[in-house]
Each structure stands twice: as structure tokens, then as C-alpha cells.
Design a protein around this ligand. Sequence first.
Ligand code: ZN
Length: 387
Amino acid sequence: MIQHKGYKFRIYPNKVQTVILSQFFGCCRFVYNRCLSYRKEVYASEKRNTSQYECMRLVTALRHDPEFVWLASCDSMALQEAVKDLNKAFVNFFEKRSGYPKFYKKLSDQSYRTRNQSGGIRIEGNHIVLPKLGAIKAKISRLPEGRILNAAVSKTSTGKYFVSLCCEENIVLKPNAGGRIALDLGIKDLYVDSNGYKEPNPKHLAKYEKRLRREQRSVSRMIEANIAGYAKDRKPIWKRPLSECSNIQKQKRKVALIHEKIYNCRTDSLHKASSKLVNENQVIALETLNVKGMVRNHHLAKAISDVSWSRFTTMLEYKAFEHGCTILRVPTFYPSSQTCSSCGHKNPKVRDLKVRRWICPECGVVHDRDENAAKNILAEALAMQTA
Ligand SMILES: [Zn+2]
């Protein structure tokens, strides 16, 4: 089965390559913003949408314009990909999946993507070859087996560089142990399954939270100390420009490093949990969660982003595919917590989130709230599958 598969490697560009990379980031951002304002102008004057083709022609014209001579030395495929990204942003906007496309700010997007044309992107030993950059030293953890389609290069706020390769591979299905399980995703535990197993939440955020808060407070204090007064538009007047305050920049980097640490630990634990599940099961049932709606609820927000439910389900989905395992989804409105998984009696008292254990007034079975919910999700998912 031919499928797309992603690989991410850390790369170590040399000084010259670092300069070229930052130029590429800048060129792609410039092209994206330029096309966005062009589309806005066309809409304002002619009340019509601009096609991707028109934007591509605009970029070609810019590349030949002596005013923008620096664009000519940029990887031309990267510029085309920036145009495609903008087009996709508009499609998402028209189909109401996201808001109106925004301009990229100077430091917001440190990345670009390019395509593989006749082997322009390839791996040579412990180097990755990229168009117009040559061989960049890389930490190759596993070799892609199929054809490389494209590469996205990014720079983190902590100054590290990564390349993500998208490859076309013939995927051989891996086996699974044939189990059937349902997960009740939670906050206290990452999930409780229908067999009563609780996957503990790593709570890395809690561990690093204190440090993060302390370092963040320190950033705000330094920034406040640098304010001389306020302009009419309420914007601060700096004693020294922020970019020149090396102590503030240093402190910001410290904060970014803690964030990065949290993210990495989190990713690691999500990978372990999802791999275990697809190895053991043929069917995994989940409740479709309205994560967006829940994050708006301020109390739950931090805990939810900590557990990263949506990242977890995304991982589960692609790994399930490789293991020939099915993910079944039960709609959120299904009362999984309140229904007794033994006799089907509905107990509205359990709606109160504080009730962790309860006895079914009908059949007397003692339930753990989350385990009972998971059992119901499994039963409902299997019923929906046969229906
Ligand atoms: Zn019962």
C-alpha cells in the first residue's frame, strides 16, 4: 500500500548555510505577504478572487524585477510552495475551517518548504542535500525507504534547525494482538481504558511549570524596567530597543528552552502510549472530543493542552493505519459516563464530575467513573460498526 510517511531530522547547517536559510525564510515570507496583499487589492477593486496561477505569475514577475533581485537567488520551488500555502489558507477560509489569512510577521514563521525534483533532495551518508544549499550535516535516525516528495526546513525559537521529509512509501502492514478496547480520555490520567487500566499522565508541565512561571515573570520584569513611558497610541516607548537588550533576549531564550523540553517529553510519552495501543488492539474506540470548545473553558484549558489529546489521537490514527487497526469514534453527546455498563440503567447523578465511583441503583455493580465510560464507548462503537 503506497502511503505518505514523514521523517524529521535535526540538521546542523554551517555558517554560510545558516545565512542562506535565513534568506530563504525571508523570501518565502515576502512572497506570501506580497501575494496576500495582491489578493486583497484585486478583491477590493474587482470584487473577485485571485487564482493560484495568477499569484505564481506575479512571483515570476517579481523574480525578474531588478528591485527584488535577491529573490532570483532563492530556491524557486520554495517560493511556489509559499504561494500554494497561501492558496490553501484561502481554501480553508472559504470552507470556514479557519479565519482570514494573516500576514506573516518577521519572526513568526521561520520555515520554508521545497519539492524534490530529479533528486535535488537526497540523503548522502550523514548529510541531507537540499536545493541551492548543498549537503547539510544531519542526524539521520532512520533512512526513508521510499521516494522523497518534499522537505520542510524550520528553525525553532531556541535556534535549532530541523528538516521534515515527506516520503512516498510502500507500507507493509504490521501485526496487532487483536484486542478490542475503548479509551476515555481524561485529565487526571491520559486515558482510562475499558479493561480498567489507567495510563498515567506524565504531567511534565506541572513539573516544569514552576520554573516556567518564574522565568516568564523575570522576562516581564525586565521588559517593564525597559519602558520609559507610553506613546499616544498606548504603545510603550523603550529606553533601549528590545532587540538590543541582550539580557532580555537571553532570558526569552531560557523560557523557550523550557517550553521545548516540555514539548519533547510530552511527545515521547504520547508516542509510547499510542504505539502500545496499536500493537495490542484490532479495534480502538474513542469519543470524538470537541477540543476547541473545551479549551475555551478556561479552567480546563491548561490541563487539556498539557495532555494534548488531539496530538494523541492524530498519532493513534496514523499508527493504527500501519497496524491494520480500526479507530471507531462515538459522538460526544452519547451519555457514556451516566449509563451503567452492566445493566444499561441511566443514573443522572453521575453527571456531576466529582462523582468518581458509584453504585448502580438498579443492579448494584460498583463502577469506576472512567472505566465504566470506556466500557460504554466500546459497546456503543461496536454497535455502530455493525449497524
Ligand atoms: Zn446497573
